[in-house]
Write a protein that binds this ligand. Structure first.
Ligand SMILES: [Zn+2]
Length: 372
């Protein structure tokens, strides 16, 4: 289904077969050089809707730009196809690199599973052979976008806001004149975006919370998210997302209150998940992986706050709640207050954006020169 959500900005709802997210939003900005934001999965059902919609919107793919808010397959799956038809692809440096990661990704994945406490058995081997995990096609030659880059599409100027957390190089796009935010999967209305740790020594939950706090002062009238419906109250949604992760971190600490050393998988199994399976072991492996990734992101975050300790043996991580924390603990909520001590006043993200522009002087116009 195509909806015009702002003059010249169209939302295409692309169904995601057998996926709890149901659909992904792709956006098209009309102009001499149309801009397509996100694509849907590399799946026939998605391909059909995207290509038909582009045709209906009279978008010539060969004269278009395609920008990925991030590299997850539901957003990036058809980029290769659009590139083959002549579109110019754009993404952040970090997500472009992850998208193009091919062989060798297998070892990375195996180590990751081991680290989380999975037994790397034949089921995992089967999964590693799935097309989502091995890309045999050529790399996509992305033009790289950085925080503060300014894009021109049709009559609109879009500020690139690097918002790591959901992925290391996630991008939001902000149309200052209209106070419209393309939020990708950084801010969704009824879904808490999955924050998983994949990269050694990263702290994606800390990144995510920091970026949310930066965006809270941004004046936003309309959010155009990567999934589900558009919404307007961005600020209260951000507060809710921060609160949700705060609760999640508390939950992880409660799981660890017994004081034993636990693997990531041990912790994930004891966390609550909104999935309709009798037990954790009934989850499909892909969901177990998401769960482990989220548990690991929260554990790493708590580690960075000094709440838990980490040890590694034979490639497997184990975490333990820090005793001094529990001895002094007067209530976990207070202990977690660093998450809540947020001073939003006086931190204008807008100023931050324009300073960044001035400082870097990076203006990407060539690919995006539209009517204006
Ligand atoms: Zn998504």
């Amino acid at each position: 289904m195509i909806t015009e959500v702002q003059p010249g900005i169209f939302r295409i709802e692309i169904p995601l077969p057998q996926n709890p997210l149901k659909a992904v939003n792709s956006y098209v900005i009309h102009g001499k050089r149309p801009l397509i934001i996100d694509t849907g999965l590399e799946h026939e059902a998605c391909r059909e809707v995207l290509l038909n919609s582009l045709q209906e919107l009279r978008v010539k793919i060969a004269q278009s730009d395609v920008l990925l808010t991030h590299m997850h397959t539901d957003h990036s799956g058809l980029v290769y196809e659009l590139v083959q038809r002549g579109a110019q692809p754009y993404a952040s440096r970090e997500d472009a690199a992850l998208f193009n990661m091919r062989r060798g990704g297998e070892d990375f994945f195996r180590n990751y599973l081991l680290k989380c406490g999975f037994s790397v058995n034949s089921a995992v081997g089967t999964m590693l052979r799935q097309p989502e995990f091995i890309r045999s096609r050529e790399a996509v030659p992305f033009r790289l976008l950085a925080h503060g880059d300014l894009l021109v599409a049709g009559p609109y100027r879009l500020h690139c806001l690097k918002t790591p957390g959901h992925t290391p190089g996630h991008l939001c796009l902000y149309v200052e004149e209209k106070q419209v935010l393309f939020s990708g999967d950084h801010i969704l209305q009824h879904i808490s975006p999955n924050i998983s740790l994949w990269e050694e020594d990263s702290n994606p939950l800390a990144d995510y919370l920091r970026e949310l706090r930066k965006l809270i002062s941004l004046p936003v009238l309309l959010v155009l998210p990567g999934h589900r419906s558009l919404f307007s109250d961005c600020r209260s949604r951000i507060r809710k997302l921060i609160h949700n992760h705060e609760k999640r971190a508390e939950e992880v600490l409660k799981v660890m209150a017994g004081g034993e050393w636990l693997t990531v998988l041990d912790v994930a199994k004891q966390m609550s998940w909104r999935l309709s399976y009798a037990s954790f072991s009934d989850f499909p492996l892909s969901q177990q992986l998401f769960a482990a990734g989220e548990a690991l992101a929260h554990l790493r975050y708590l580690e960075s706050l000094g709440k838990v300790a980490r040890a590694e043996k034979g490639g497997v991580y184990r975490f333990q709640a820090r005793n001094d924390f529990f001895e002094n603990n007067q209530g976990m909520r207070e202990e977690l207050s660093p998450l809540r001590r947020i001073n939003f006043k006086g931190s204008s993200s807008l100023k931050f954006i324009s300073e960044q522009n001035r400082r870097t002087g990076t203006v990407v116009r060539t690919g995006f020169m539209g009517d204006g």
